[in-house]
Ligand binder design. Structure first.
Ligand code: AMP
Ligand code: GLY
Length: 427
């Protein structure tokens, strides 16, 4: 290892703050920067301006800083091939290249990969023309799922309850320009029922390790109601992912995915995020692949890694990864996201935030939509503003600790769900 490491984290959300914290706690890291970062990250490390959608600017910044490890947080720069460019410039990078990132940036390509390598998933077809899509819909059961194939910041999936809604969704994307270029191709898919879970797999070529399974809460309202958001909270480990489900993940999903990577010449070095649907009989199917850590899943997984996560990312980036050496802590972790009232619709920004002076052991706060003003006061600047992360011996204890702190954070338009982890806590 080129120790000490100088690490650049690309991104500005809660996920990237969790990754930055892991760097600041690591004995391997000499310097860590975030770009563009946020208010909370700026209080802990140097943040540099960056347009993460400008691949050349990402590479230039890493070069200028003489970073020897870059961790690319979000999907957009990965889809643009930033990781390939960084590696071509001799910089170790955690995050797949463009070919691997296609699994997230094109749902059509991802589904074709599932089919080619016999990975269990919902029945589907893809279309670029309206008439064949409408003809296919005639044979579909309701509800049916219509997805924009390209990146749409988690908003490109429409669950259609009626034939009219499905037709509208197809026309909206293929004719109406909904989701822009991303909606020029659509995936029409069988609606699956069951419980969702997320599995973050750290992959380095033919080596991988599954981090503890987690469950995200995507809906804005309690009881999983209301609009979809980027995620209102998460916890790990998620008990719905039983040993039998993990066996399916290894045998039917990961083994076949690695065969696919080998056959397609994809040297994947980063996180493969498996979005799973587990039915009442415990049968798992893949809803989607993402090619980065989940947000907010990452925030609960970093504290669960007993092995230094920076070492894991460094080894993944360099092809020296040994899954057997990865140790996970006992216990459970939870994050409760504190959002601005109104999110995911319109919401106020610029509210001053008061944080508790001290936090109980095992609790920390990650920032997402915050910034510092000229006097270094902390202001809200986004929809998801903060996340309270707690790690404890049990999920109930983690929830109690997290919620105690949620009540102590003060700002005028704070909103959060009080029922993160409800399925598992009730059980
Ligand atoms: P995706 O971006 O493909 O994971 O879709 C976002 C969300 O839409 C998922 O987390 C599910 O809640 C839902 N979803 C996607 N595909 C399906 C499906 N085939 N059946 C049921 N729900 C789905
Ligand atoms: N939490 C879901 C995602 O990051 O896509």
């Amino acid at each position: 290892m080129e120790s000490p490491l100088n690490v650049l984290i690309i991104g500005s959300g809660g996920r990237e703050h969790a990754l930055l914290k892991a760097c600041l706690e690591s004995s391997l890291v000499a310097r860590a920067w975030a770009a563009p970062g946020n208010g909370g990250m700026a209080a802990e490390a140097e943040c540099l301006p960056l347009d993460v959608e400008d691949a050349d600017a990402c590479v230039k910044l890493a070069r200028d800083l003489e970073a020897n490890l870059v961790v690319v947080g979000p999907e957009v720069p990965l889809a643009l091939g930033v990781a390939d460019d960084l590696r071509a410039g001799g910089i170790a990078t955690y995050g797949p290249g463009k070919a691997g990132a296609l699994l997230e940036s094109s749902k059509a390509a991802c589904k074709a990969f599932f089919k080619k390598y016999d990975i269990p998933t919902a029945a589907w077809d893809t279309f670029t023309e309206v008439e064949p899509a409408l003809a296919y819909l005639q044979g579909c059961k309701l509800p049916v799922v219509v997805k924009a194939s390209g990146l749409a910041a988690g908003k490109g999936v429409l669950i259609c309850e009626t034939a009219e809604e499905a037709e509208q969704a197809v026309r909206g994307m293929l004719e109406g320009g909904q989701f822009g270029e991303s909606g020029k191709e659509v995936v029409i898919e069988e609606f699956l029922t069951g419980q969702e879970a997320s599995i973050m797999v750290m992959v380095s070529g033919d080596q991988y390790v599954c981090l503890p399974p987690s469950q995200d809460h995507k809906r804005v309202g309690e009881g999983d109601t209301g609009l979809n958001t980027g995620g209102m909270g998460a916890y790990a480990p998620a008990a719905v992912v039983t040993e039998s489900v993990m066996q399916q993940v290894h045998e039917q999903i990961m083994a076949r995915t690695l065969d696919g990577f080998r056959a397609e010449g994809i040297d994947f070095r980063g996180t493969l995020f498996i979005g799973l649907m587990i039915d009442d009989d415990g049968v798992a199917k893949v809803l989607e692949y993402n090619v980065r850590f989940g947000d907010p899943e990452c925030q609960v997984l970093m504290p669960m890694c007993e092995t230094d996560p920076v070492r894991l990312m460094w080894d993944c980036a360099n092809g020296t990864f040994k899954p057997a050496e990865v140790k996970i802590r006992d216990g459970a972790a939870m994050i409760v996201v504190l959002a601005a009232k109104g999110y995911p619709g319109s919401y106020p920004k610029g509210d001053p935030i008061g944080l508790p002076a001290e936090l109980p052991e095992g609790v920390h706060i990650v920032h997402a939509g915050t910034k510092l003003d000229a006097e270094s006061r902390l202001l809200s600047s986004g929809g998801r503003v903060l996340g309270v992360v707690a790690m404890a011996g049990s999920l109930q204890e983690a929830a109690d600790k997290a919620y105690a702190v949620c009540d102590q954070v003060r700002w005028e338009n704070k909103y959060f769900r009080r029922d993160i982890g409800h399925r598992q806590l009730k059980a």
